[in-house]
Design a protein around this ligand. Structure first.
Ligand code: GAL
Length: 657
């Protein structure tokens, strides 16, 4: 959990509004125009100098702060705060030329060349020496600058360089393993190296999982994922500690990427290292991407422990890095922004302030587009600024906890999607998101929470594909259910311990007793395979050969077709005042909506919305306010909820007090 520190600033609470600001891409005279329009838009904060290393340190050890002093002073004179980056995200050409040993290496052995950004090894001692020198120089220069409100470590740590297979990485991986296992015997046991003659006799023999003849050892793969997340976290801590030494009163953050299939960084584990959580989110084209935004924002808010967090980046309109980049539709800029606020964000910021003329991101939207201030986009930005200004009373308020939760676990995400499994089609986050969609469609609020969250306040907990279940987790979940909680889990859950070793005696070993079922063999489905259930639903991806082992297990649905016909598909076992349910196939959002309606009703968890609005709007509660978010592309009559606001525009958001 992150601590409670927020920006260093005075004045009444407010929601912050701004963007990445890259004045070093523009002639000086443009800067005055920038700040004038920032004031017009109500910008309160900018993230400065994120990619400015080459400008700040044009040659080894020679620093040029004049331009940055000027930018800091100008922003301050205009009442704009600075989230000052440590500028370490993109090492300058002179550094890569002098020290090519900082460059990452991929699993095949190719060295990543400079020319893009983030071409540095997280474990390189040489990179760290240069980067921390820069961090120290910046901290000493700006420690007392009145514009300095927060430090922004690097940028999106791990965006391009999380998995480095270099010799530096190999050395650091070995040190990490020695701490984790202490003895080579313990490592051999954890990695099951008796298999395929992989037994290690010394630490020096161990490598990252580089290109191998076939599936690399799963324990090695899993620990490399853990190590890679930890290596970046360690780097974050190294920068943070320099900053804390010099400016203990200035909060430190870094922008996470809780979005889409970005699985490599275990942010639930990183959150304790920053003073407040910040996140970047970009909508990906595809089904229900606004709902995916809600899922990510919801999870971010819970990673932040329910405390306010900072939306560091999203886009005003199109991005430039998808195959086809569509502009946002009217209303989406504001709806996307307020969805984050609905889930606890106290700052709404964008990449970037002024759209670039050159460089790789010149077709990425910004607050001030190529067309200039006389544009619909800039007018929408100004309107958003004033809406956020009106919403100042929300600042600092906590979100109201939901009665239901979806548990999200990085270890299960990593392990369930490793290779050499019953199917390589399983997608952990998609299953979790399907459940979230089912909640949204039923109009039932649900929190998306990291696994270590105290679940006792939730009446209904969904743990999709909870694949990794160490013994202590079995105890925790059993206690939760015994105390009256309703737990629902799915296929491929409870299968392995923390070393990815299968729990024996029949699946789902770790949850077998709690669920009262036993599975002798998995029965995944081919891509076109479907499993009909007797309740009219259809499963895909997976089925199980379930036997009931407890007499009190109720079968909620039975397979009608295929090799598992006649066997239970969905089970529910009453335990104490609670229950433990199991869903053995992928039902998708539509099927889950039907099933969840039943499971939620049995758990006594209901929608806060009137019947006519369920599914059409998302409702969240924060402080004393309700956010009503139109999920559709049509106006929605919300008079049953709020007679004072009879119609919610397409993609609109009403904030009711
Ligand atoms: C982020 C990054 C920004 C910008 C943006 C474009 O990943 O932090 O610098 O590249 O994406 O969408």
């Amino acid at each position: 959990m992150s601590s409670t520190r927020w920006l260093r600033r005075s004045g009444p609470p407010r929601l912050e509004f701004g963007a990445d600001y890259n004045p070093d891409q523009w002639p000086r005279e443009v800067w005055d125009d920038d700040v004038r329009h920032m004031r017009e838009a109500g910008v309160t904060i900018v993230s400065l100098a994120i990619f400015s290393w080459a400008r700040i340190e044009p040659a080894d050890g020679e620093f040029d702060f004049a331009w940055l002093d000027d930018a800091m002073d100008l922003l301050h004179a205009n009442g704009i705060l600075v989230d000052l980056a440590t500028a370490t995200a993109s090492p300058p050409p002179w550094l890569a030329a002098a020290h090519p040993e900082i460059l990452p290496v991929d699993r095949v052995g190719n060295t990543i060349s400079p020319g893009g950004r983030q071409h540095w090894r997280p474990t390189s001692p040489v990179f760290r020496r240069y980067a921390l020198r820069l961090v120290r120089a910046l901290a000493e220069r700006y420690r007392d600058h009145p514009a300095l409100a927060a430090w922004h470590v690097n940028n999106e740590l791990g965006c391009h360089n999380v998995h480095d297979y270099s010799d530096d990485a190999a050395r650091a991986f070995r040190s990490w393993l020695r701490i984790r296992y202490e003895t080579i015997e313990a490592l051999n046991d954890a990695w099951a190296t008796a298999f395929w003659s992989q037994r290690y006799t010394s630490w020096a023999e161990i490598l990252p999982p580089r290109l191998a003849a076939t599936f690399p050892n799963p324990g090695q793969q899993l620990d490399f994922k853990r190590f890679s997340s930890d290596a970046l976290k360690d780097y974050l801590i190294a920068e943070r500690d320099v900053l804390r030494e010099i400016t203990p009163e200035v909060p430190v953050t870094t922008n996470f990427m809780v979005m889409g299939e970005q699985s490599s960084m275990n942010y639930a584990d990183w959150a304790a290292e920053v003073d407040f959580v910040a996140n970047d989110h970009y909508r990906q084209r595809g089904v229900r991407s606004a709902d995916e935004l809600s899922f990510s924002a919801n999870l971010t808010g819970n990673i932040a422990g329910g405390r306010p967090w900072f939306l560091m980046e999203h886009s005003t309109s199109a991005v430039n890095w998808q195959p086809v980049n569509l502009p946002k539709r009217p209303g989406e800029l504001e709806r996307d922004s307020l969805l984050h606020v609905a889930h606890g964000a106290d700052a709404v910021c964008f990449f970037q302030w002024r759209q670039s003329r050159g460089g790789a991101e010149k077709y990425h939207s910004a607050m001030l587009p190529h067309a200039g201030p006389d544009s619909d986009l800039f007018r929408s930005v100004v309107a958003l600024g004033s809406r956020l200004h009106e919403l100042a009373p929300l600042a600092g308020t906590p979100r109201t906890r939901a009665r239901a939760a979806i548990v999200f676990d990085w270890q299960s995400w990593w392990v369930a999607e490793l290779d050499s499994h019953p199917t390589n089609r399983l997608r952990y986050r998609r299953e979790a998101f399907d459940w979230y969609l089912a909640f949204l469609d039923l109009g039932i609020r649900a929190d998306v929470v990291p696994l270590d969250t105290d679940l006792s306040g939730y009446e209904l907990v969904i743990a999709p594909i909870l694949h990794v279940v160490p013994a202590a987790l079995t105890t925790r979940l059993t206690t939760y259910v015994d105390s009256g909680g309703h737990l629902v889990t799915t296929y491929f859950s409870g299968i392995v311990d923390e070393n990815d070793h299968v729990w024996l005696g029949g699946y789902p070993g770790a949850l077998r007793d709690l669920l009262g079922i036993r599975i002798e063999e998995f029965a995944p489905l081919p891509d076109d395979g479907r499993a009909e259930l007797d309740n009219g639903l259809t499963g895909s991806l997976w089925t199980d050969r379930i036997d009931l082992t407890a007499t009190d297990v109720e079968v909620l649905a039975t397979y009608k077709s295929g090799d598992v016909a006649g066997r239970p598909a969905v089970t529910r076992r009453p335990v104490g005042a609670g229950s433990a349910s199991y869903v053995s196939t992928r039902l998708g959002p539509e099927g889950l909506r039907v099933l969840l309606a039943d499971l939620a009703a049995r758990a006594g968890v209901t929608s806060d919305l009137p019947d006519d609005l369920r599914g059409r709007v998302e409702l969240t509660r924060r402080g004393g306010f309700q956010f009503v978010i139109n999920r559709t592309d049509e106006p929605v009559d919300i008079s049953t909820l709020s007679p004072a606001h009879p119609v919610l525009a397409a993609r609109g958001v009403a904030v009711l007090s």
